[in-house]
Ligand binder design. Sequence first.
Ligand code: ATR
Length: 279
Amino acid sequence: MDRYAVFGFPVSHSLSPKIHTQFALENKQVLTYEAIEAAPGAFEEALATFAASGGRGANVTVPHKAAAAALAQRCSPAVSLAGAANTLCWADGGWEAHNTDGLGLINDLKVLGWSLEGRRLALVGAGGAAAGVIAPLLAEGPEQLVILNRTEARAEELCDRFKNVSGASKLAAGGLNTRLTFDGVINATAASLSGERPPLPRSLWAPEAFAYDMMYGATATPFLQWAESCGIGARADGFGMLVEQAAEAFALWRGVRPSTEGVRGRLNPVAPTPNDNTP
Ligand code: ATR
């Protein structure tokens, strides 16, 4: 039987096995999907063992996304730009690397009904998570996409790296003490993992702005709690993005793009706030 797995460290909390098992059932695909914990340094060997025992595809999460991009025999343009991969496909005796995170985020924002075109957006964070979503966000035609980061030099480096992608004229860098205002703020930092939030000014919210956290959990993330305290009604965590990136990965592996509606309803640990206050 074809094997699929998510590799991470830690990985036991991952919802990916449940999501993909559900997709497989709904689409009559015969496969197994498991979570494999691989410590940094042991990832490459774990992946090789997996391939040798029937592994046909993998999802890759923290902290292996850069390593996955580096070890692949072929990389999609999105992976080459972001330097990070979240999906691997076994083909012709080697791994082919893709990054479906960006599409996952865009799909989720569409489901939420939050349009990006002509809007002023802030992307907070300048690590691999942020890098993976820049090109897809620019492709949606925002008025502005400002990368805000604690270490401003990293935000500037990212802008420089993406200077040749379509829509790059809309890209700018800044620090967390920005005086700009935004119609949408997307948190791509790792701050939630340590129970923190990026220290942004309350003045950054434009009226009717949305707040999106690429992290998710059973309770609202510190960033979303803060957004709520600022009076932001349109808030969502990254659960929907997780499901949507998974559907894109499933499509790459199996040639069938699953509907995400059932999985969104059944597995969501926290429902997003209703859409009635959305921009
Ligand atoms: P990932 O691949 O998950 O993006 P990363 O490359 O380590 O991980 O990047 C983590 C990001 O979260 C960075 O933008 C980091 O800011 P710095 O570049 O200044 O380190 C950001 N980050 C992590 N903890 C944070 C915190 N408590 N407040 C603000 N930003 C934080």
